[in-house]
Ligand binder design. Structure first.
Ligand SMILES: Nc1ncnc2c1ncn2[C@@H]1O[C@H](COP(=O)(O)OP(=O)(O)OP(=O)(O)O)[C@@H](O)[C@H]1O
Ligand SMILES: O=C(O)c1ccc[n+]([C@@H]2O[C@H](COP(=O)([O-])O)[C@@H](O)[C@H]2O)c1
Length: 261
């Protein structure tokens, strides 16, 4: 896994027969995914349903883009592990909805890559290199790239000093964001200083809110608790096999392994 042997994943990108009259859309979720949870996957299902019912877009592909090791956030497993877990999770969701892919480009960067640059990378690969998509009338159309995020991430955009103003204008002005409600975030506050881009921000309430977070999963593992049904089953097994997120003495992993059926 390195930039030299990197290839942009497009196997699940719908490049032909896109419904004429619709705007083709690719959703990109950036984050740590340490580990990926079912809520990360649910973000895509929520967005897909919302887009279909409420907009003139049509989803032609979706990507998980795990952040690189240079992000150095507490609890960040190595990008090799996070990419593999994301792949396993994507395989699971694709049993029911066939559009999710994992892009390694951000994760393999030697330096931290701001989200604006990550979205530019998708724009380049999909619209410049692949050349957009073809609709049912045989016409070529550019794809709209958009950020998919939980409302907590959008709230950080209103917090001073976290994002550069130029990057915010670029992300929300050029690309836009689909924002999934997240328990504990006041959406009015989160969108407070982002008013000028409100036409490009789509807020998606959740009928069933759920507070699963990667932090809580890591905590549960440290407390020797079972994490079944909170992360995909294949990812649970991967975490056990590789002893991820364990205490220094390894006891949490030993217990998880002991619980394995
Ligand atoms: N329960 C959730 N509801 C809505 N959005 C979520 C939820 N969990 C994660 N997200 C969103 O998923 C994206 C990636 O999240 P990230 O990898 O930081 O997960 P996290 O669970 O917030 O991690 P951590 O607990 O390590 O901070 C972010 O946009 C975040 O807002
Ligand atoms: O580009 C930026 O300036 C920027 C500022 C804050 C956060 N981000 C991105 O937002 C994501 C946050 O993930 P997390 O796990 O810290 O919630 C991650 O992909 C970061 O690269 C990006």
């Amino acid at each position: 896994m390195s930039l030299e042997n990197y290839h942009f994943p497009s196997s699940r990108l719908q490049t032909t027969d896109v419904e004429a009259g619709k705007i083709p859309l690719v959703l990109v979720a950036c984050g740590s995914f340490s580990p990926i949870t079912i809520l990360h996957l649910r973000m895509f299902s929520h967005a897909y349903d919302y887009v279909k019912a409420n907009t003139n877009f049509t989803v032609v592909g979706a990507y998980l883009s795990p952040v690189s090791d240079a992000y150095k956030k507490a609890g960040l497993a190595s990008s090799t592990h996070r990419l593999r877990m994301a792949e396993l999770a994507a395989e699971e969701i694709n049993n029911t909805t066939d559009f999710l892919m994992v892009d390694e480009w951000e994760a393999v960067q030697p330096a931290y890559m701001p989200t604006a640059k990550v979205l530019d990378h998708f724009e380049h690969e999909i619209n410049d290199v692949i050349g957009g998509v073809e609709n049912t009338n045989g016409q070529k159309q550019p794809v709209r790239i958009a950020l998919l995020a939980g409302s907590d991430l959008i709230q950080t955009m209103s917090a001073p000093g976290v994002w550069s103003q130029d990057d915010l204008a670029h992300i929300l002005g050029k690309y836009g964001a689909f924002v999934i409600e997240r328990a504990g975030t006041d959406i009015q506050e989160a969108l407070g200083s982002l008013k000028e881009w409100e036409d490009n921000i789509y807020y998606i309430p959740q009928l069933i809110t759920n507070e699963v977070s990667s932090t809580k999963i890591r905590l549960a593992i440290k407390r020797w608790m079972n994490i079944d049904y909170l992360v995909p089953a294949t990812v649970v097994n991967y975490i056990k096999e590789h002893g991820l997120y364990q205490d220094e003495d390894g006891s949490a992993t030993a217990k998880l392994k002991g619980n394995a059926r």
